[in-house]
Ligand binder design. Structure first.
Ligand SMILES: NC(=O)c1ccc[n+]([C@@H]2O[C@H](COP(=O)([O-])OP(=O)(O)OC[C@H]3O[C@@H](n4cnc5c(N)ncnc54)[C@H](O)[C@@H]3O)[C@@H](O)[C@H]2O)c1
Length: 291
């Protein structure tokens, strides 16, 4: 058993180097197997380590956080941060299995649990109105972490993400829709220090507003999105200068020429991707700090 300190600060190359040295010490060869037990940080680090240690050894994940069960451990992306820049060094590499047990979520701190819920709301918003409605109509059971309901929500989210990844493993098309809420969300996460799912929740509200202003999304559907996010307390205040949004979105690693592929929704359950300039995006978002 090798332990790493919890938190994003462990997602760095120095940790990969230390862990590699430990594996060598332990005599782990090319027939070794790495089993990750933890949240997204542990899965990202283990997935990356397994894909580069001795040019690749086998791995499997036991996902213990909601965010990791419905998102981080599915799809084969892994990696570490370089300074403040998230996930800048990593690979695409699939574990042999991912085990998600809803009972493990009972010990998860409330903010971590809600952060994961935000990604389930995202999956419903972009791909599956039925999933979205099920979150709308099961508020109490979700707050109580009802294992039966969680099993359903997690299975559906995994199924949908796996479908998208099977269609487009290397994110050249369909997989881009999974970034709904993430363009603004990453800026909020980095600058305001909010938890991933909370930052993505604000990013989804901004993307909903932009979809509305472009005439794609009608006001009642936009209100539905905002209301659900608000109801779970996912909107937190942040105060980020407009210029910082523009400069950080302009450095987004998913940028192509001077445009980024921005994810909008036409209705709950249907996403569309549009190439947009960061300045236009921030202008359309309006007052970015007032959601
Ligand atoms: N690779 C991908 O496709 C992908 C997708 C989304 C997010 N991510 C990454 O995932 C990371 C976030 O994942 P996370 O939200 O799981 O964070 P995390 O791994 O830091 O876990 C959050 C906290 O919960 C604790 N924890 C985990 N399981 C627990 C349990 N069952 N009971 C009590 N405490 C528990 C952890 O020790 C940690 O303190 C970020 O680094 C993000 O970049 C990756």
């Amino acid at each position: 058993l090798i332990e790493i300190p919890p938190g994003e600060k462990s997602k760095k190359l120095a940790v990969i180097e230390d862990l590699s040295a430990r594996l060598i010490e332990l005599g782990i060869g090319r027939n070794g197997f790495l089993l990750a037990i933890g949240g997204g940080v542990v899965c990202d680090i283990t997935g990356f380590l397994a894909s580069v240690y001795m040019r690749g050894i086998r791995s499997g994940f036991i996902s213990t956080s909601l965010l990791s069960q419905v998102d981080a451990s599915i799809g084969g992306k892994n990696g570490v941060n370089i300074g403040n820049a998230k996930n800048m060094v990593g690979t695409f590499s699939q574990p042999e299995f991912v085990l998600c047990d809803p009972d493990m979520l009972q010990t998860l701190p409330a903010d971590e649990y809600l952060s994961g819920l935000s990604e389930i709301i995202k999956t419903g918003a972009i791909l599956d109105e039925e999933l979205f409605t099920s979150i709308e109509s099961n508020y109490d059971a979700i707050i109580k972490r009802d294992p039966g309901l969680l099993r359903e929500l997690i299975s559906r989210s995994v199924e949908l993400k796996a479908f998208v990844v099977n269609e487009d493993e290397y994110e050249t098309g369909l997989r881009r829709i999974l970034n709904f809420g993430h363009t603004f969300g990453h800026v909020i996460e980095t600058i305001a220090g909010q938890k991933h799912g909370f930052a993505v929740a604000s990013g989804m509200v901004l993307a909903g507003n932009i979809s509305g202003r472009l005439g794609l999304l009608n006001p009642s559907e936009n209100e539905r999105l905002r209301k659900l996010i608000e109801r779970f307390g996912l909107l937190e205040v942040f105060n980020i200068p407009t210029g910082d949004f523009i400069s950080m979105i302009s450095r987004d690693k998913k940028k192509e020429e001077d445009e980024i592929n921005f994810v909008l929704i036409e209705r709950i359950g249907k996403a569309v991707v549009k190439k947009m300039k960061p300045t236009d995006l921030v202008q359309l978002a309006g007052s970015v700090n007032v959601l």
